[in-house]
Design a protein around this ligand. Structure first.
Ligand SMILES: Cc1cc2nc3c(=O)[nH]c(=O)nc-3n(C[C@H](O)[C@H](O)[C@H](O)COP(=O)(O)OP(=O)(O)OC[C@H]3O[C@@H](n4cnc5c(N)ncnc54)[C@H](O)[C@@H]3O)c2cc1C
Length: 367
């Protein structure tokens, strides 16, 4: 069976990257089909925390910072637009990020000066004033007051609803194979049959290497499990994003508080573990003793698309004309999503690119 829907472009994967890529391409006038093996927005893009900054941003390579900074500029307007067109509020808030690790101060302040980012140093009294429920011995903390967050499950729902009138969305349809003949992509084979397309964008997150391996060379993307727990506190009891020793606390508007996250090499096993739950609970309640009086509401795991240095692969797949990849965003797919989608669309449509694309190119793929 062959299905020629008249689409110019086929996007595979309905996470934040696939949804934003489909949105960009469709906004440029292309007829787009999006194929998703489950339901859209249910994998890493659902499981993530929604912090709109790389954690300890000074540790990241320039190409990650560039994507993050471009996206940070557009997020407030993007969320307003999505809310207005869909009625679904992605809950963008400038929560500000408090970082408690003293050993990070020198690197953080040097980076802030070079990048012209506002980072303040807070005294103990200022920390208590900002976050009265926080228990900490640190004498000074870093304060990144401009850092925002979104509620990612709502963001992906809003994105899906926004593109639905224009993009053909096919859920519960796994792509089994990319069809490439004579160095040109012809479309894909799915569980339901063939879909023809002369331009295909692979946005399959942690599953990307598996799909591309059949073509011979694959990008270095592997699943990295992350677990989170969720408390239901009262709104305002915890006010800001707080980061300490690689673990963070995220307060949502309605009082829900997320604590994350683990970094685990567990293949495609998405099960949660009692050890991670216990560890996250211990850290959360040590930082915020008020959480001891709050039951854990949920505990989940997601598979990040891990890539070396966290730099995503964005661009054409060498050796298969018409085939593109936008994947491997590791810990930063939510914050870097808008720029990644725009860059991919620029490259595919032959427009001037928002960022120099060479740092994200797939040439470095291994066999
Ligand atoms: C615990 C945790 C916390 C995180 N916190 C943050 C954070 O605070 N800020 C931030 O920026 N990032 C965060 N991240 C990272 C972020 O969630 C990811 O980088 C981002 O969601 C990746 O988006 P994606 O669309 O590439 O992947 P996904 O959301 O996983 O989407 C890929 C989609 O492709 C589909 N798919 C795969 N194979 C096929 C196939 N063969 N056929 C059809 N469909 C297919 C999948 O079903 C899936 O829906 C976090 C991640 C985790 C797990």
């Amino acid at each position: 069976m062959s299905d020629t829907t008249g689409s110019d472009i086929l996007v595979i994967g309905g996470g934040v990257i696939g949804l934003m890529t489909a949105r960009e391409l469709s906004a440029a006038g292309a007829a787009v089909t999006l194929v998703e093996m489950g339901d859209t927005g249910q994998q890493a893009s659902w499981a993530g925390g929604g912090i709109l900054s790389p954690l300890y941003p000074w540790r990241f390579a320039g190409p990650v910072t560039a994507l993050a900074r471009w996206s940070q500029q557009v997020y407030p307007t993007l969320c307003t637009e999505l809310f207005e067109t869909t009625g679904i509020d992605p809950e963008y808030s400038t929560s500000g990020l408090l970082i408690l690790d003293p050993e990070e101060h020198a690197d953080a302040l040097a980076w802030a000066a070079a990048e012209q980012v506002q980072i303040d140093t807070l005294t103990q009294a200022q920390i208590t004033e900002k976050e009265p429920g926080l228990q900490t011995d640190v004498r000074e903390a870093l304060w990144l007051g401009e850092i925002g967050q979104i509620r990612n499950p709502r963001l992906t729902k809003a994105l899906r609803t926004a593109i639905e009138p224009k993009v053909a969305i096919r859920e519960q349809e796994e792509v089994l194979e990319l069809r490439v003949t004579d160095g040109r992509v012809q479309g894909v084979r799915t569980r339901a049959g063939d879909i023809d397309a002369d331009r295909v964008v692979v946005c399959t997150g942690a599953w990307t290497a598996e799909l591309l391996a059949k073509l011979g060379r694959k990008p270095d993307i592997r699943p990295v499990r992350g677990q989170m727990i969720l408390f239901y506190a009262k709104p305002g009891q915890i006010r800001h994003l707080t980061l300490y020793r690689e673990r963070y606390v995220i307060p949502r508007r309605d009082g829900r508080v997320l604590i994350g996250s683990t970094l685990e090499d567990a293949g495609f096993d998405k099960r949660t573990t009692a050890e991670a739950k216990e560890e996250l609970y211990r850290i959360a309640t040590a930082m915020f003793p008020l959480l001891k009086r709050t039951p854990i509401e949920d505990h989940w795991a997601g598979l990040r698309p891990g890539s070396p240095s966290g730099i995503p692969y964005i661009g054409p797949y060498p050796g298969a004309e018409g085939l593109y990849v936008n994947a491997g965003h590791f810990r930063n797919g939510l914050v870097t999503g808008p720029a990644s989608a725009r860059l991919l669309a620029d490259l595919l449509l032959g427009r001037d690119a928002i960022l120099p694309p060479s740092a994200y190119a797939l040439e470095a793929m291994r066999a």
